[in-house]
Design a protein around this ligand. Structure first.
Ligand SMILES: Nc1nc2c(c(=O)[nH]1)N[C@H]1C(S)=C(S)[C@@H](COP(=O)(O)O)O[C@H]1N2
Ligand SMILES: [Mo]
Length: 258
């Protein structure tokens, strides 16, 4: 798939595959019936009524959790979330195994457990989520620790100008300028839709950058590194804008989300 993409991940990152990436953006030719057959979901079409939407999304989320092909990300789900991963498999982390490291140009590097993060003051925000490929999910609660709090705790050195995010999927990266990272609407999120973040949504901890396209919100967050300059992230090396403001980047004019 996507063999016409010379710099695609299949080429430089053999451990990745294309199926679950931004499918709309890549005009994937995979047919719906093939997907439904693959997943044994042939009856899915009859449960698309709006009242069942929540159940359907929950079902797709749990199906994505167990889906080694990542093809659940291509299933239509009536305007809800789509599940993306650029890595073919992602280890599961829980309260015993999860760690978040803050390092780089800081006075006090440190590592947080999930319990450490839960013990800090939590901020809850309810805003729309907007993917650069077009789908939008209105009024989605996210809750977690303000990134600015973790930066202050680490003591950012004057030479730092940017923040780089790494993920325990081993592949995805993102970045923000220090000014962007310090905004009050940027969270290290532990909860989404008033539940602990599921594995498929990037749990136990993901970044949530409310004012930017959702590709900024790195799932399975494991590292926060202060750097001198912004380093383009996974999708930004593949053409997405580094400053990803919803409504004024990537050639799109969506309603702002924050
Ligand atoms: N680690 C990681 N984070 C990621 C991605 C990814 O592939 N890997 N995809 C991004 C994109 S393009 C989107 S739209 C959202 C999708 O989040 P969801 O799977 O919770 O809907 O995650 C973003 N963060
Ligand atoms: Mo996206």
């Amino acid at each position: 798939m996507n063999s016409e993409q010379p710099d695609g991940p299949g080429r430089d990152r053999p451990e990745t595959r294309d199926a679950a990436e931004e499918p709309e953006a890549r005009g994937t030719p995979v047919g719906r019936r093939v997907l439904l057959g693959t997943l044994g979901l042939g009856a899915l079409g009859v449960v698309a009524a709006p009242t069942l939407q929540r159940g359907l999304e929950a079902f797709l989320g749990s199906a994505a959790d167990k889906d080694p092909t990542g093809l659940t990300g291509l299933l239509p789900n009536g305007g809800g979330f789509r599940y993306y991963s650029v890595a073919s498999s992602v280890p599961r982390k829980n309260a015993d195994t999860y760690q978040l490291t803050v390092d780089g140009l800081v006075d006090t590097p440190r590592t947080y457990s999930l319990a450490d993060l839960r013990a800090l003051p939590q901020t809850r925000m309810v805003k729309d989520v907007q993917c650069v490929t077009g789908w939008r999910v209105p009024g989605t609660p996210f809750e977690g620790v303000r990134l600015s709090r973790l930066l202050d705790a680490a003591g950012v050195r004057p030479t730092a100008g940017a923040v780089r995010f790494t993920c325990f999927d081993g592949t995805y990266t993102e970045s923000l300028t220090l000014e962007q990272a310090r905004r009050a609407d940027v969270l290290v999120a532990l909860r989404m839709q008033d539940k602990n973040l599921s594995h498929s949504h990037g749990g136990p901890v993901r970044l949530y950058v409310a004012p930017m396209y959702f590709y900024k919100s790195a799932k399975w967050l494991s590292g926060i590194t202060l750097t001198e300059d912004v380093r383009p992230g996974y999708w930004e090396k593949r053409g997405y804008d580094i400053d990803a403001w919803v409504g004024r980047s990537n050639g799109r004019d969506d309603e702002p989300t924050s």
